[in-house]
Design a protein around this ligand. Structure first.
Ligand code: GMT
Length: 374
């Protein structure tokens, strides 16, 4: 198949899923054409079937806001014509699926079907905003195929947007051969030279992630035992989280690494992963940690209970319950064998339900269905 893929190329779960999916398809012999304003993070252009087409938006004094959605639609059409695309797959509804509708109309009478994958905030925050609700709803209804990354997101989309068409659930996935427990010993020695347990948080530090709660949880743990906290990623709340760690006198034990490639190497050094989000439609970072045999303490929100089984792979608490999260963390960390056991169960769970080798064929079959129009 020859597939055009559009996503936000920045640091966020939807771009990661789009990129990994494209690359998994390319490895299976399909031709993948990423169409976006910058190469997506984690994209490997060395892969022969992976191509990148940059969307450039011309500026003009009249434009206070450069019309990206229109430039994207034009580029989609151009790539369709030059590369004979069979399908477009857009990740995140706004504005990508609106651009795809335009590209499809411009391509007619030739057929350019497109699939929209809903990731979360495109429905729960951006799409639910009255400014965008009607156009988000329209773009979902008009897509040739729609997938959601959890049943939570599927149900919420149907309910809140009054959607009358089917939405397929295809969960997020992880490459279980790459995300393993092959921990980088050098990293562990550098971060925890006295063998202290390592906690990790990985996100884009947007307010919805409650990254400051990770620091609050860690403070309660540090009151009871030696430990280290590694914060990976960057975004609006990073400075506040760093300041909180400093104010609490924790800075010698907390490392902010910023945006990182090859996060599997870092995750594999962790003893516990913290995801204290206000909302997650899936919680990809938790799945990545689980595949690396890291137990997870997360919040019981959105699609997270579909990924993290409470009491098995880790524990779920209510958003803001930093005391509850710290209590569970101390319980796990104060007995190394308990943490290791939970971590192994977490990987077994990830392998059973979310390995790319099992999820990619679901997308492959869905692509075939949409292309054939059945
Ligand atoms: O969470 C974010 O801010 C990023 C966002 C995105 O679209 O990039 O993440 C969403 O998609 C991820 C990949 O499918 C999911 O794992 C996240 O749970 C989801 N975030 C939210 O629902 C808040």
């Amino acid at each position: 198949m020859r597939v055009g893929v559009t996503c936000y190329p920045t640091y966020g779960g939807s771009g990661v899923v789009a990129t990994e999916l494209g690359q998994e398809f390319a490895a299976r012999g399909h031709e993948i054409h990423f169409i976006s304003y910058a190469p997506p993070i984690r994209m490997n252009l060395a892969e022969p079937n992976v191509h990148f087409h940059e969307v450039e938006v011309s500026t003009y004094p009249l434009f206070d806001h450069p019309p990206y959605a229109l430039a994207l639609a034009t580029k989609m059409l151009e790539v369709f014509e030059l590369e004979s695309l069979d399908l477009l797959h857009v990740h995140y509804a706004i504005p990508h699926s609106v651009s795809a509708i335009l590209a499809r109309s411009m391509a007619a009478p030739r057929r350019l079907p497109f699939i929209t994958t809903l990731h979360g905030t495109d429905i729960t925050l951006v799409g639910a905003n009255r400014d965008f609700l009607p156009i988000t709803r329209f773009s979902i209804e008009q897509s040739d195929g729609v997938t959601a990354i959890s049943s939570y997101l599927q149900e919420r989309t149907i309910r809140e947007f009054d959607i009358r068409r089917p939405i397929e659930i295809i969960p997020n996935f992880v490459n279980c051969d790459i995300y393993t427990r092959s921990a980088d010993g050098a990293l562990r020695a550098r971060i925890a030279p006295a063998g202290e347990p390592i906690l990790m948080h990985l996100s884009n530090f947007r307010p919805v992630k409650r990254a400051l709660d990770a620091v609050e949880i860690f403070a309660l743990i540090r009151d009871r035992m030696p430990a280290k906290l590694v914060m990976i990623g960057d975004g609006p709340d990073r400075a506040a989280a760093e300041y909180l760690a400093y104010k609490k006198g924790l800075h010698p034990d907390v490392r902010f690494l910023g945006k990182q490639d090859a996060v599997y190497q870092k995750l594999a050094s962790a003893d516990l992963f913290l995801l204290p989000s206000q909302l997650e439609s899936f919680g990809l970072a938790a799945l990545e940690a689980m595949a690396c045999e890291v137990p997870v303490i997360a919040t019981r929100v959105g699609g997270v209970p579909e990924v993290v089984e409470d009491g098995v792979d880790g524990y779920l608490v209510e958003p803001g319950d930093v005391a509850g999260a710290a209590r569970h963390a101390i319980e796990i960390l104060s007995r190394a064998d308990r943490g290791r056991e939970m971590g192994q169960r977490a990987r077994a769970h990830a392998k059973k339900k979310f390995c790319s080798q099992d999820i990619i064929p679901l997308y492959e079959r869905y692509y075939e269905r949409v292309i054939s129009g059945s």
